[in-house]
Design a protein around this ligand. Structure first.
Ligand SMILES: Cc1cc2nc3c(=O)[nH]c(=O)nc-3n(C[C@H](O)[C@H](O)[C@H](O)COP(=O)(O)OP(=O)(O)OC[C@H]3O[C@@H](n4cnc5c(N)ncnc54)[C@H](O)[C@@H]3O)c2cc1C
Length: 419
């Protein structure tokens, strides 16, 4: 790893065409923030994204205080704050009674709350900020399928106009203004950069192509999730319903909407809004209006941990570097903190400063943070599994007593907000 970004390799001279400082692969929330942080440091960045348009499926909703501080630094904090709901309190209920409550008022930092914003809006705001700062940085319809690292530069092979999720005509038009060099055919081109950041998600093509071993784990848990008009009186409070049939989580969203997530015995193959609403009703006594459902998703849980985050002149961040259970609610935040840690190292490497020690530290710190988030996700999933009523009552009693001890309350609140 020590030689990857070392000064002796930095004088890579383009054979022809443009040489970017950094190519970021993937314009999910993590790739977009990475590009913003690098562009704000004056670096010449290209973001290559296979989709021709933003995805409409809202996955992450919770933005935690340390990530909010980074988003402030990237200039996108105020827009996100204006778009989101500030969750300052969480409560756990069971069989109609409150068993525990958690306040985030005392968590350290500028933002003592979790901000709830649908991921589609978060990505839109990041993309708008990047476009305002450095127009044309994001290139859609470019599917990257290979990286050739010659020790001085990385040449990315891309399909424009073909490939999973990519577009057709829009991609082909990119070639001229992105300095894609046609190479192996009419729809295969290359982009060259001094360094590459792979933010291409949990199934990272670049990670696989570089032969990075990955430890994959699947869990017995599955969930059904939907956004409905908010018919509760819970306002901005997050609520966990700890019930014998399995947990139901309920989070406020902007626009008078609430997200409901229910633990299921297995993946539901044909989910319906009416089915989820009726299950929520049976477990919690609250029945959302099925016709108001704006998003529905059924998902199993798995995690992926690659053995390395740095491979040659390529760094993995975001879900490409660690996929954790969504029930931890931390995956996107973890990826943003990767970007914040990596950006100054990339800038230093491109200035020719030695960065071997900083890279080693980056890898160790980010893997540790991912392990901690994975551990918390395990606990969250365990908390939500079905239990016989008597065991559930005893477990809930212990949980409630724990959060009544001030020191323990603050420790749990800090952990939930990634401090
Ligand atoms: C149901 C659910 C709920 C969640 N809730 C939360 C939450 O509340 N809080 C939280 O922090 N996290 C949450 N997460 C996790 C969060 O959604 C992910 O951690 C986050 O999306 C990861 O961002 P990313 O940018 O690393 O990857 P992605 O969002 O997966 O983006 C990767 C991008 O790379 C592009 N791409 C992939 N391959 C290529 C290629 N070869 N060439 C070009 N482009 C490519 C893809 O099209 C995509 O746009 C949740 C996840 C799920 C499934």
């Amino acid at each position: 790893m020590s030689e990857l970004l070392s000064p002796r390799h930095r004088a890579g001279v383009p054979r022809s065409g443009k040489l970017y400082d950094v190519a970021v692969v993937g314009a999910g929330p993590v790739g977009l923030l990475m590009a913003l942080l690098l562009a704000r440091r004056g670096l010449d960045v290209a973001v290559l994204e296979q989709r021709t348009a933003r995805g409409s499926h809202s996955r992450a909703i919770g933005i935690h205080p340390p990530a909010l501080a980074v988003l402030d630094d990237a200039g996108v904090g105020p827009a996100l704050l204006a778009a989101g709901v500030r969750i300052r309190r969480g409560t756990a209920r069971s069989r109609g009674r409150e068993v525990a409550s958690l306040s985030f008022d005392a968590v350290p930092g500028r933002h003592p709350y979790v901000l709830a914003v649908p991921q589609v809006i978060t990505e839109q705001l990041l993309e708008e900020q990047l476009e305002a700062l450095r127009p044309g940085t994001l290139r859609r319809g470019v599917h990257v399928h290979g990286a050739d690292d010659d020790g001085a530069t990385v040449t990315l092979s891309c399909h424009v106009g073909e490939g999973p999720g990519s577009g057709t005509a829009a991609g082909l038009r990119l070639e001229a203004d992105l300095d894609l060099e046609p190479s192996a055919g009419p729809d295969v081109s290359t982009v060259r950069a001094r360094l590459v950041v792979a933010a291409d998600g949990a199934y990272s093509v670049l990670r696989r192509q570089r032969g990075v071993p990955v430890r994959t784990r699947t869990y017995p848990d599955a969930y059904l999730m939907g956004d409905f008009a908010d018919t509760t009186s819970d306002g901005s409070t997050a609520v966990l319903y700890l019930e014998a049939g399995g947990i139901v989580e309920s989070f406020p969203l902007p626009g008078g909407t609430r997200r409901w997530v229910a633990r299921m015995p297995g993946v539901v193959s044909h989910p319906t809004a009416a089915g989820l609403a009726s299950l929520i009703g049976r477990r919690t006594g609250i029945r959302p209006e099925p016709d108001s459902c704006s998003m529905l998703s059924a998902f199993p849980v798995s995690s992926r941990m690659p053995r390395r985050l740095i491979s040659g002149r390529l760094a993995l961040i975001g879900d490409a570097a660690h996929q954790i259970s969504p029930i931890g609610g931390q995956g996107m935040n973890l990826g943003w903190l990767d970007a914040a840690a990596l950006a100054p190292i990339v800038a230093a490497a491109l200035r020719g400063e030695p960065t071997a020690a900083a890279l080693r530290q980056f890898e160790a710190d980010r893997r540790r943070a991912a392990a901690t988030a994975t551990w918390q996700a395990h606990l969250n999933m365990a908390l939500g599994r079905p239990l016989p009523p008597a065991v559930l009552a005893a477990r809930n009693h212990v949980f409630g007593a724990l959060t009544n001890i001030p020191g323990a309350h603050d420790a749990v609140a800090n952990r939930f907000t990634m401090h």
